[in-house]
Design a protein around this ligand. Structure first.
Ligand SMILES: Nc1ncnc2c1ncn2[C@@H]1O[C@H](COP(=O)(O)OP(=O)(O)OP(=O)(O)O)[C@@H](O)[C@H]1O
Length: 227
């Protein structure tokens, strides 16, 4: 499902110098596999998810998603491919403030070829415990409630690959587990591959495959050696 090879990414510093962030020789995720990436703050986890989703572009290397190298597509091609094939739970939610919870989830569907399925949107919101908040606007919702809307939106489109960046960072333990259960059950039922970033060890430990980014990323290894 996901095949990464020789992926490199750096950012330009204000001084003009380039700071290398990622050097990942290989990272693969099988169809319907569920795995987590862990690692210290700043080691490049969100950057890696941005590259996989095509929000960012690598300096070099290949990122094959469902057989297509996303790094070779135009920006428009990447946006379309992401809308059709991927779901993304952003660390900062990225909900549209002018729309209700239900509308935000429905909007997750309408950028793809799939037809809008209001019942699925309602069902996903029910499963994250927000059936009473369907018509609420994000600004009137708690941070944890907004996070749950973001999870429902990412699953709305029946993606093939779900990228989830700290999807339980802002919720209490009971809601944390219900979000993890919703994500994992939906991914299992619909054969969605899952790449989840988390700092919560009690979440990570529920997965068979836990990859510390420091192990995948030669830059993080070098930084650790110099620390
Ligand atoms: N657009 C950017 N320009 C310059 N530097 C950036 C940019 N985006 C990220 N970085 C830097 O790249 C490094 C990796 O950032 P990233 O957000 O991927 O880390 P992370 O592992 O997800 O951290 P956290 O666990 O704190 O969310 C950090 O040092 C960050 O400051």
């Amino acid at each position: 499902m996901l095949k990464i090879s020789n992926l490199k990414k750096s950012f330009r510093l204000p001084t003009g110098e380039r700071m290398p962030i990622l050097d990942v020789p290989q990272f693969n995720v099988a169809a319907a596999e569920q795995m987590v990436i862990v690692g210290r703050s700043g080691c490049g986890k969100s950057t890696l998810l941005h590259l996989i989703s095509g929000i960012g572009t690598p300096d070099s290397g290949t990122i094959a998603v469902n057989g297509l190298d996303i790094a070779r597509l135009s920006e428009e091609g990447r946006d379309r491919f992401r809308a059709e094939v991927m779901g993304y739970v952003f660390q900062t939610f990225n909900l549209l403030q002018g729309f209700t919870a239900l509308e935000n989830v429905i909007l997750g569907m309408s950028f793809s070829r799939g037809k809008v399925d209001r019942d699925r949107a309602r069902e996903l919101l029910r499963r994250v415990g927000l059936e009473h908040r369907l018509n609420a606007h994000p600004r009137t919702m708690s941070v944890g409630e907004q996070q749950r809307v973001a999870v429902a939106r990412a699953l709305a489109n029946r993606p093939k690959l779900l990228l989830a960046d700290e999807p339980t960072a802002n919720v209490d333990p009971a809601n944390q587990q219900s979000i993890v259960d919703l994500i994992r059950e939906t991914c299992q039922e619909e054969e969605i591959s899952l790449v989840m970033v988390t700092h919560a060890m009690e979440v990570a430990e529920q997965f068979q495959r836990i990859e510390p980014l420091e192990k995948l990323n030669l830059i993080a290894q070098a930084n650790k050696a110099h620390a």
